[in-house]
Design a protein around this ligand. Structure first.
Ligand SMILES: [Zn+2]
Length: 175
């Protein structure tokens, strides 16, 4: 692979789960659908950060960098052209909101934001469309997500989920 290979157990778990049976975009194997359908009481365990009317935001369990978020329509849709106006609007509102939230909580210097459409483009879950938000810091290793390089993530995912949820609930309180 590359000189950037590091000990990164979350990527190892990902590789171990990439068997052909699981690479089919079947709904029962879709973690976005299962988190959507799970009880909201399990959101911290599932790393769900925000639930909207049409979409959800979750922390990527196999992050390329600290604070790597996924924003997905609730419906299991693979094609960008199948999203209706309400889904397009809310997912993009959530992109804005999450970029603001990450700036406030973990102070990145920049972001990579985008869609990987199709397995050839690096989509780990091609059946259920999702936007990536990857925070970037000056001096972090240059990378393209498609290369799949492992990085050491300094902040535990559950602590980060808690931090982001707490920040949002404090924003929601009346001044
Ligand atoms: Zn799904």
């Amino acid at each position: 692979m590359s000189h950037q290979q590091l000990w990164a157990p979350w990527r190892l778990a990902y590789v171990q789960h990439s068997d052909p049976a699981e690479s089919q975009p079947l709904k029962p194997n879709c973690f976005l659908c299962s988190y959507r359908d799970d009880n909201a009481a399990n959101d911290s365990k599932n790393l769900v950060v925000l639930r909207g009317e049409h979409s959800i935001v979750v922390l990527n369990r196999f992050p390329y960098n600290n604070g790597h978020l996924l924003i997905a329509p609730k419906k299991h849709k693979a094609d960008l052209r199948d999203l209706n106006d309400a889904e397009l609007l809310e997912t993009n509102h959530f992109l804005q909101k999450m970029i603001g939230l990450l700036e406030k909580t973990i102070s990145p210097d920049g972001f990579n934001v985008g869609l990987n459409l199709g397995r050839v483009a690096g989509a780990g879950l091609p059946g259920h469309l999702h936007w990536h938000i990857v925070p970037r810091w000056n001096g972090d290793t240059n990378f393209m997500p498609i290369l799949g390089e492992a990085k050491v993530i300094p902040q535990a995912l559950d602590a980060l989920q808690e931090l982001l949820s707490k920040e949002m609930s404090s924003e929601a309180e009346p001044a």
